[in-house]
Design a binder for this molecule. Structure first.
Ligand SMILES: C[S@@+](CC[C@H](N)C(=O)[O-])C[C@H]1O[C@@H](n2cnc3c(N)ncnc32)[C@H](O)[C@@H]1O
Length: 282
């Protein structure tokens, strides 16, 4: 498949808002890079050349005053390669490293290594919302706990939970491509995690997980709390971790949680992103 690669120079101040728009539009084919030495932040967007939808690009250009530096026709593998070339193994959180090159052995003393190849699903661990959710999971003692991960993407939070000692982990995503990617990734890491397709909780057999984790935008977390099955999964013991919340939407998530009888127990932030932990009010 061929893609148009758009290269923009962006204002660093707009980075979080841009990422939020990509989230909202389920647009994943982008890459933001920062050249600290020269003080330049660039955005690469990839639009299918077979059926180019330039409307989205034009809207973004206008909204964020993006400066187009170049537009080139590229092959998919080339851009994935370019992306991989800029990556190297990195620390997700203390004690857990991500290796984007499973074919190249990578070990780190006193740390676990997860192999996750960037590509068609969200969740390489580079995004602050994934890091925040992982940090929140680390704060909980997951030994022998059951974990339900809604919007699992590559399955990264499910795998992090398993590394932290969870006994049973289930991850769901409504995006079939993400589910395929997560199944491959879980297999590549030799983990026993059930991954399935589900729109929120529609096709998840009801049970009471000790931990429910979800890294989705604020509006989707609210939809999840409003879902007809949500209350069936939650007991007084369930620790609910929500990440993916941009600062100015924190309030609406807390308000909805309150309406659902959930109490705010913990809160973490990175850049303009928040992660919140809730538990049912006793
Ligand atoms: C921000 S990504 C998080 C991926 C991964 N859990 C992480 O933390 O990096 C959000 C994921 O939620 C999924 N998603 C969005 N709406 C959903 C829905 N209604 N039901 C299930 N998954 C959904 C998307 O496909 C995407 O993979």
């Amino acid at each position: 498949m061929r893609y148009f690669e758009y290269l923009f120079s962006i204002n660093k101040k707009n980075e979080d808002d841009l990422i939020e728009v990509f989230f909202d539009n389920n647009f994943k084919d982008y890459y933001i890079d920062e050249d600290i030495k020269n003080g330049i932040t660039t955005l690469k967007m990839y639009i299918s050349a077979e059926d180019p939808d330039e409307k989205f690009v034009n809207i973004l250009m206008e909204k964020f005053r993006l400066e187009l530096l170049s537009k080139e026709l590229v092959m998919e593998r080339e851009w994935l390669r370019t992306w991989l070339d800029t990556l190297s193994p990195f620390e997700l959180i203390e004690g857990i490293w991500i290796n984007p090159f499973p074919e190249e052995p990578f070990e780190k003393e006193n740390a676990e290594v997860l192999h996750i190849v960037p590509g068609s699903a969200f969740g390489t661990g580079l995004h602050p919302t994934t890091k925040l959710a992982s940090k929140m999971l680390k704060k909980i003692n997951l030994k022998n706990k059951t974990v339900l991960d809604i919007g699992c993407g590559t399955g990264i939070l499910s795998m992090v939970s398993k590394l932290m000692g969870a006994s049973e982990v289930k991850g769901y995503d409504y995006d079939k491509i993400a589910v395929e990617k997560a199944r491959d990734t879980v297999r590549m890491n030799n983990m026993d995690i059930k991954i399935g397709v589900s729109d929120f909780l529609n096709d998840v057999e009801v049970y009471k997980p000790d931990v429910l984790v979800s890294n989705m935008v604020a509006e989707l977390l609210i939809d999840l709390m409003n879902h007809k099955n949500f209350d069936k999964f939650i007991t007084e013991k369930t620790e609910i971790i929500f990440s993916g919340i941009i600062s100015h939407k924190e309030k609406i998530v807390i308000e909805k949680a309150k309406e659902k009888g959930l109490e705010l127990k913990d809160r973490m932030e990175e850049d303009s992103w928040k992660a919140l932990k809730f538990q049912k009010k006793i």
